[in-house]
Every structure is written in C-alpha cells, then in structure tokens.
Design a protein around this ligand. Structure first.
Ligand SMILES: O=C(O)c1cccc(C(=O)CC[C@H]2O[C@@H](n3cnc4c(=O)[nH]cnc43)[C@H](O)[C@@H]2O)c1
Length: 250
C-alpha cells in the first residue's frame, strides 16, 4: 500500500525519509517536492492547517486515477491507502515529555470556532463544519505498540501556544490533549474528502506553555521522528485499511 506522509518543513520531511535509508527519488509538485522511498511519498507541505490541507489535497488528487472515459492511456497513478501527518510538536506536561512520541487518537481543530464569555465553542456547536477526525483505532494501537508513542488527542492550532493561561484554556476545552501542532487537522480534512484514512504522529520538541524557544529540543525530536518511522514503517505500509469491526464504527 502507498502511504503519503505530510510534514510542515523540509527538515521534518528529511527526518522521516532518513528512516527508510537510501536517497529518495524526488518528484516536483506545484509548490512542493515529493520525496519517494519505496511505498512512502513524503511531502513538506508548509506550516499551518491551510498549507497542509492544500498540499495534501493536491498530492491526493494527483494520485487519483481518472475515470476510464477520461483516461488518456499510459501508466495509471497508484492511489494512496493512508495519509500521515507527521513532524515535531509541543507536548502537554507531564503527559508528553520532550523527545517522546504521540500518536493521535483524535485530530482536533482546537481553535476553530467562536470565543464566548462562557468559553470556547467549536464550529460544531455553531451548527456547521467539523472539529475532529478519528484515525482508525486499530492502526493507532498498532503504531503505539511499534513505536512506544502515547495515544491521545492531538490539537491543531494556528498559533503556537505561548502562555500559561492559553495552555490552561486549551486543556479545559480539550481535556486529555497530549500535544499540539499546526497541520494535523488540515491534512485530515483533505484525506477525509478523498476517502483516505489519516494518522498523526508527532515527536515532542517543546513543552506547551510560556514561550521559551531556547528550551526547544528540535534535534532530539527529529531523531525521535526518524526512529519512530523506522519502527512504524512495516505497520503503516502493511495496514490493510478498514479491517475490524471497531474501525468500521470509528
Ligand atoms: O528552527 C528550526 O530549526 C526548526 C527545525 C524544524 C522544525 C521547526 C519548526 O518550527 C517546525 C514547525 C512545526 O512544528 C510544529 N510545532 C512544534 N512545536 C509546536 C508547538 O508548541 N505548538 C504548535 N506547533 C508546534 C508545528 O506543526 C509547526 O508547523 C523549526
């Protein structure tokens, strides 16, 4: 099965492809370069949910076979069976310490909604849109077992959290959240519209809280990301899709 992995920046993309060894083949896409290693296509789609959604949607559309009537012959594209949002992220203390891994049991749009005097209302409470996607639970369990990643909700934010007050507000609105990053929901929105399951895997580079850039451990997190993909690759590549009763309901 082919897997599309979407990171924000090129150093994250390269941390993922390093896990597969060798030199990836590169393919030019508008606005990005796809790095192909075996079954894995890895793309640095840009930072933030909008860039991530656009890059993911483009890569998915490019790999979707045209209807037979529109086909011009040649080698048909091989569609993706799974999309993974991956990279570094902020971890909520104490559940997700520096250098640890988190696999999303839920991919949550943490700041998509309305602020009210009584607190945050997600878009779903306003009567439209979606505010979360649920990766296949069996796949989450398998990846957690293979990599040691903690399973739990991962928040997608458009602004990196930088104060204790905002950290507390996020945890109050999203109890049990393990990590935050900036792309997962955008990647998931594009994958869902293409009917492809999605996963999010993050290596913790910093603690969510008052901004302290000097305390970020990006190198350690990128090394953890490489290790994680080395261990998760057989699970991701071999995953057969909606293969359990639970996943059919999820
Ligand atoms: O400065 C560098 O050398 C560097 C190297 C690799 C990556 C970066 C990034 O800034 C990546 C941005 C990317 O990381 C995610 N991220 C990381 N920590 C947080 C956080 O606390 N809150 C939200 N997002 C975080 C996010 O997905 C960014 O797109 C820099």
């Amino acid at each position: 099965m082919r897997v599309l992995v979407v990171t924000a920046v090129p150093v994250e993309r390269d941390a993922v492809t390093r896990a597969f060894g060798g030199t990836p083949e590169t393919l030019a896409l508008p606005g990005a370069e796809l790095h192909r290693s075996g079954a894995f296509d890895v793309l640095a789609g840009g930072a933030g949910p909008s860039a991530a959604a656009a890059a993911t949607a483009f890569a998915l559309a490019r790999a979707t076979p045209a209807p037979a009537s529109a086909s011009c012959g040649g080698t048909p594209p091989r569609p993706y069976g799974l999309v993974v949002s991956a990279g570094i992220g902020g971890g909520f203390a104490p559940a997700a310490p520096l250098g640890s891994l988190v696999v999303a049991s839920g991919i949550v749009a943490a700041d998509l909604g309305a602020e009210t005097p009584d607190g945050f209302l997600p878009v779903t409470a306003l009567g439209f849109g979606r505010d979360r996607f649920t990766p296949p639970p069996a796949l989450v369990r398998e990846v957690a077992a293979a990599t040691g990643a903690a399973p739990g909700p991962v928040l997608t934010v458009s602004t990196v959290t930088g104060t204790a007050d905002r950290t507390a507000a996020l945890l109050a609105a999203h109890p049990g959240a393990l990590a935050e990053a900036m792309e997962g929901f955008g990647v998931a929105e594009a994958a869902d519209r293409a009917g492809v399951p999605v996963l999010e895997l993050r290596a913790v580079s910093n603690t969510v809280g008052p901004r302290d850039r000097a305390a970020w451990r990006i190198g350690d997190a990128l090394a953890a990301l490489t290790q994680a993909f080395g261990k998760a690759a057989p699970v991701l590549e071999g995953w057969k899709g909606r293969n359990s009763h639970e996943d059919l309901e999820g």
